[in-house]
Design a binder for this molecule. Structure first.
Ligand code: GLP
Length: 243
């Protein structure tokens, strides 16, 4: 594992963008696994700047996102499709048809999960997977559970996650209770994993993920077994790593 502790959120974001940019420059036809949440926004902002000012070319890149809420249409302002359009896709020259996010509005969400899994396999898997970390140790929407699920699947969101996401919705009732998420299989198969973590409120989750037992109770702990894991965090998130 490669651990890079940065001074603050901006430094973390810059470093992450540099690594992603290196991946795109070395392999212009790569498959990027992308994440949502507040964590990667700064990194995406920097990638947009690099696209505009430094000629970082996304025209050959394919992207696959980790997850989507069940019940939200792509146009819904809180859908992860909208998030990606707003924070990254609209600002770079990636081909729109090469950007993939699970659909949250299919009649049969399990069939959609299966389609998504097969689609990623057809692409040859993910070259670089960007991840944020849930305060309960979740990655994508792989919530704490009794077992790890390898394939893309539908999940019931935990109370903790619903509460954490409530800030984006008018009321708790409006917060989606289910999602489709890539499983830990495709994440672990990725050629490289880049985990971004910032803030004091993530310090425990980061400590448990990197130093605790490998358990589905802390889904990110499985990343300890990934042969090419880079963790970029800020000093606050790293504060419990060296007790
Ligand atoms: C959501 C997403 C995760 C993300 C997590 C953390 O639940 N499904 O992929 O990592 O939130 O979000 P934030 O970055 O806003 O803390």
């Amino acid at each position: 594992m490669n651990l890079m502790i940065q001074k603050d959120y901006d430094a973390m974001s810059l470093e992450a963008a540099r690594l992603i940019a290196a991946q795109v420059r070395l392999e212009p036809g790569c498959v990027l696994g992308l994440a949502t949440g507040s964590t990667p926004i700064g990194c995406y902002r920097e990638l947009i700047r690099m696209n505009r000012e430094e000629g970082l070319d996304f025209s050959g890149v394919t992207s696959v996102n980790l997850d989507e809420y069940i019940g939200l249409s792509p146009e819904h302002e809180q859908s992860y499709r909208s998030f990606m359009e707003q924070h990254l896709f609209s600002g770079i020259n990636i081909q729109p048809e090469e950007t993939h996010v699970p659909s949250g509005v299919e009649r049969d969400p399990d069939a959609e999960a299966e389609r998504y899994e097969t689609m990623i396999e057809m692409l040859g898997g993910v070259d670089l997977q960007l991840l944020g970390l849930g305060p309960n140790g979740h990655i994508g929407f792989n919530e704490p559970a009794d077992f790890f699920t390898a394939e893309t699947h539908c999940v019931n969101l935990s109370e903790e996650t619903i509460a954490a996401n409530q800030r984006f919705f008018a009321s708790r009732d409006e917060v989606p209770k289910q999602a489709i998420t890539m499983g830990v299989g495709q994440i672990m198969n990725a050629g490289r994993v880049l985990l971004l973590v910032n803030g004091k409120h993530k310090a425990e989750a980061l400590r448990d993920s990197l130093l605790g037992p490998i358990t589905p109770r802390c889904p990110a702990s499985i990343l300890q077994l990934h042969p090419n894991l880079t963790v970029i965090c800020d000093e606050e998130a790293a504060s419990l790593l060296y007790e």
